[in-house]
Design a protein around this ligand. Structure first.
Ligand SMILES: C[S@@+](CC[C@H](N)C(=O)[O-])C[C@H]1O[C@@H](n2cnc3c(N)ncnc32)[C@H](O)[C@@H]1O
Length: 254
């Protein structure tokens, strides 16, 4: 447990998106959604809602609603919305998605956030697909950024990271699961190793900067241990093995 007085730089200062997502891919994902005219866009586990704000910037008739339980991230998203003239078209709400109900929506974003409904890790992806069916209007689109195994993790890799083997599928298995929940696939891509490395490096910067600035703090050992543990997960666990797929799905008529 890290002492509350140990104030790390918030992630949004080092990251554009809270995941392995480049500017270019974000723009492509937004285009993959097709027409956003008068669309209502819901983003669950939105963090500071950068992707949602960019979707609203892509069409001045679109409106948005983002939900995250991280009050600091939501406050930053609200500030950005005001600064970019989007505040009257977006509501950003601090809430636990597991106890939240909203909708209907024309677009649902679940980007790196299928865990927001809680429950067993093995059910997270299916929870997101079911929630999309419940929330989306006919013809609605789900933008799902979800993990998958790029290659089968070895026993050593599984032992080195806190991710159960059965939490994720291979890529065909992930797409099949979406089909089985009543969607058709409009677009598919995956984060590159470069996007992953950029994300993980920026994600760890706050710890490293804090350690440089506070070498004699009684909290330094705890922060260093946290950073080292995370680096172990990454380098001995998921790097090059865990992928991030971006699926643009549409609710199928049948
Ligand atoms: C990996 S981040 C992704 C953030 C955002 N979708 C993005 O791409 O930048 C996961 C987010 O889910 C949020 N989260 C996790 N569990 C949640 C819950 N039960 N209710 C609301 N938000 C939750 C976290 O606070 C975090 O902001």
């Amino acid at each position: 447990m890290i002492h509350a007085m140990t104030k790390l730089t918030p992630l949004h200062e080092d990251l554009t998106f809270h995941g392995p997502l480049s500017e270019e891919r974000a723009a492509r994902l937004i285009r993959s959604l097709g027409s956003l005219k008068d669309a209502h866009v819901v983003d669950v586990g939105c963090g500071w809602a950068e992707l949602l704000l960019r979707i609203l910037e892509a069409d001045p008739s679109a409106t948005g609603h983002g939900v995250d339980r991280d009050a600091e991230a939501i406050a930053h998203g609200r500030e950005n919305a005001r600064a970019r003239g989007l505040a009257d078209r977006v509501e950003l709400e601090v809430a636990d998605v597991a106890a939240w109900s909203g909708g209907p929506a024309d677009v649902l974003i679940v980007n790196g956030a299928s865990q927001v409904w809680g429950g067993a890790e093995t059910e997270h992806t299916a929870n997101a697909l079911r929630a999309g069916r419940a929330l989306l209007r006919p013809g609605g689109r789900l933008l799902l950024g979800e993990g998958f195994w790029e290659r089968e993790p070895t026993d050593e890799q599984l032992a080195a990271m806190p991710i159960p083997r059965d939490q994720y599928r291979d890529l065909p298995g992930l797409v099949d699961l979406a089909m089985a929940h009543g969607y058709r696939l409009l677009s598919l891509s995956q984060a590159s190793l470069d996007e992953w490395d950029e994300f993980e490096s920026q994600h760890s910067l706050a710890w490293e900067h804090w350690l440089l600035a506070n070498p004699d703090s009684p909290e330094a050992d705890k922060i260093r241990a946290k950073a080292d543990t995370f680096r172990g997960y990454r380098l001995r666990g998921w790097r090059g093995t865990l992928g991030m797929a971006y699926l643009t799905l549409v609710v199928s008529h049948t």
